[in-house]
Design a protein around this ligand. Structure first.
Ligand code: ADP
Length: 584
């Protein structure tokens, strides 16, 4: 394939003579379809058959951000989709590249983030007869169960329709991941340029508003008004909806305490008087009516049942706002479902919240306030301790203070203990600024989300990473340095998965399954690519390094040495580990 790039179609440049009609090709139609729909950034990794697609996209003024592994390109695209309500675009090669991207596509779908994974693929005729093509794989069939929709385009004149379908599927209704299969032959197909242009579709209203039925709004308001101990639970669907002012107005006008799920933190500042985060266990167990706004009653919320929800005290009433009707009753009965997009639903609810709307009973608010005070005081004492070596609390206490002065920073967070502690200790002040392990509770999103967030927002990113979690995407430090992104990665280094103290019970040569090389210098990794590395062992050093790196706005990595004995197995998910009966 030619490496010389022209802004006019390659096919035209190669074959056209004076009287022949102007031609275009699959490469250009793909790029034009993206641009026509305002999609200007591709996250990907080049190779056969999509290298020229990336080159031409760049030549046509799009951004191409090249990664070292497709999973992280996919994660970057997914978080860009979450931040913008436009599908993030990930481009990969066939078979292994596609499979690497598929992990991110499945994760995006699980989290309700809109993205489109575009993969080059081998020729249909050979794949379908299993004749052994280069990187042969039936990618469409493999992708289908792991995403919201999957399409293949075989003819250049269908590229416009293929993208229109992919965009609509990604962002309408419950957002999610879409797979678009582009066989190598399609990219090189030529057609009349004017007809090609006319075949493209600019998608009109890709995520139409979905208004809730008036009787369901009235029912929800009625249940809420009659609550003795009401609670609003905000999920990342609420953050995605970008209805920030109305959500804040609903919380403040009703006076109802609210609890944000981790990625909904910052929809209202965590320091807000009505936040019940510091009394989480109490409000979940005691509330009699809970209004879920873009949050699912999945494992993260103990399925709405059991001790967490005070089941022994009697059933709760749930109101659930969601765009997906089939989400309702998925775990427990929902008294008042409100189906529609969150912006419309909250807008309709607000119309029914006037001065006569009853305020929550004073004893409910007072009980929450006293629980909060008690918990915040004991947390402050923990954060103020200064043990040597540092532990999770003293390190996070230092970070919390620095980030107070940077309310618009993007925060990426993953790990086990590092995730659990940071989620509750670090305050968020603005919506859609916290990106974490999400619905699956996975590791590996760190550098991909950091790159996606930095590219999308143009603002600094701080990634708080367990040393194990960082390992999944660590090579993308090179990507961060290559694009000179303002990303500061802080590694909570306790020498292992969960902690670094396990020993091999046999005394044999191999170390225990959970430990890493002791005293690893992750800061040296970023130095290899021209970034700035810091090695810190005290909260004071951590504070100074973080302040300096944020001010510099350059790629940096802080290796924060934590007590290797600090950390619990599986963080707060110890209960999910099956127990060995110690049989032999
Ligand atoms: P969390 O993990 O924060 O609890 P979830 O990912 O479980 O959040 O839930 C998000 C929910 O929000 C999903 O059920 C999804 O259907 C819903 N959702 C996403 N976007 C919208 C929207 N614009 N309007 C209404 N519901 C939405």
């Amino acid at each position: 394939m030619s490496t010389v790039l022209e802004s006019k179609p390659v096919a035209q440049a190669a074959t056209q003579s004076a009287n022949e009609p102007e031609l275009t090709d699959g490469f250009h139609l793909v790029i034009d379809a993206l641009k026509l729909n305002g999609l200007d950034t591709i996250y990907g990794l080049v190779g056969i058959p999509i290298t020229d697609l990336a080159r031409l996209a760049q030549a046509e003024g799009m951004r191409f951000i090249g990664f070292r592994h497709e999973q992280h390109a996919g994660n970057a695209a997914a978080i860009a989709g979450y931040m913008t309500q436009k599908p993030g675009i990930c481009l990969t090669v066939s078979a292994p590249g596609f499979l690497n991207g598929l992990t991110a596509l499945a994760n995006a779908t699980t989290n309700c983030f809109p993205m489109i994974l575009i993969s080059g693929s081998s020729e249909r005729e050979i794949v379908d007869l299993q004749q052994g093509d280069y990187e042969e794989m039936d990618q469409l069939a493999i992708a289908r169960p792991h995403c919201k929709a999957a399409f293949r385009v075989l003819h250049a004149e269908d590229i416009g329709v293929g993208f229109a379908r992919a965009i609509r599927a990604a962002v309408s209704g419950r957002p999610g991941g879409v797979y678009l299969d582009l066989p190598a032959k399609l990219l090189a197909q030529t057609m009349d340029a004017a007809k090609g242009k006319a075949s493209l579709i600019k998608v009109v209203d890709p995520a139409p508003r979905q208004l809730p039925a008036p009787d369901t709004v009235a029912k929800a308001l009625d249940v809420l008004k009659n609550a003795k101990r009401p609670l609003i639970l905000l999920g990342k669907g609420a953050a995605y909806a970008q209805a920030d002012e109305d959500i804040r107005a609903l919380v403040e006008k009703t006076g109802i305490p609210y609890l944000p799920m981790s990625m909904a933190k910052g929809l209202l500042p965590d320091t807000h008087a009505q936040s019940a985060s510091a009394a989480r266990s109490y409000v979940l167990a005691e509330a009699d009516v809970v209004m879920l706004v873009g949050a699912r009653l999945n494992w993260l919320l103990s399925h709405g049942k059991g001790k967490t929800w005070g089941q022994e005290k009697g059933a709760k009433k749930f109101i659930q706002i969601d765009i997906s009707p089939t989400e309702i009753d998925s775990n427990v009965p929902i008294e008042a479902p409100l189906i529609g997009d969150i912006a419309s639903c909250v807008g309709e609810l607000l119309k029914g919240v006037d001065a006569s709307f009853p305020k929550p009973p004073a004893d409910w608010l007072a009980n929450i306030a006293s629980r909060k005070d008690k918990n915040l005081t004991s947390m402050a004492a923990k954060l103020a301790q200064n043990p040597s070596p540092m532990n999770f609390h003293s390190a996070l206490g230092a970070i919390k203070e620095v980030l107070k002065d940077h309310p618009d920073i993007n925060l990426v967070n993953e790990g086990a203990n590092t995730l659990d502690f940071a989620r509750s200790i670090i305050d968020q002040y603005q919506p859609r600024k916290r990106f974490d392990s999400g619905t699956w509770g996975i590791m590996g999103i760190g550098m991909g989300y950091s790159i996606g967030a930095a590219v999308t927002s143009g603002k600094p990113v701080v990634a708080i990473e367990g040393d194990s979690a960082f390992g999944f995407s660590g090579m993308e430090l090179e990507t961060i340095c290559r694009y000179d992104l303002p990303v500061t990665t802080i590694i909570f280094n306790n020498n292992g998965v969960y902690r670094g103290t396990d020993v091999n019970p046999t005394g044999g040569k191999d170390v225990a399954p959970t430990v890493f090389v002791k005293d690893a210098r992750y800061d040296k990794m970023i130095e290899a690519f021209g970034g700035v590395g810091y090695h810190v062992t005290t909260p004071e050093e951590l504070t100074a390094a973080l302040k300096e790196s944020i001010a510099a706005g350059k790629p940096a990595l802080i290796n924060a040495v934590i007590d290797e004995a600090a950390g619990t197995e599986s963080g707060r998910l110890t209960n999910l580990n099956p127990q060995s009966g110690k049989t032999k």
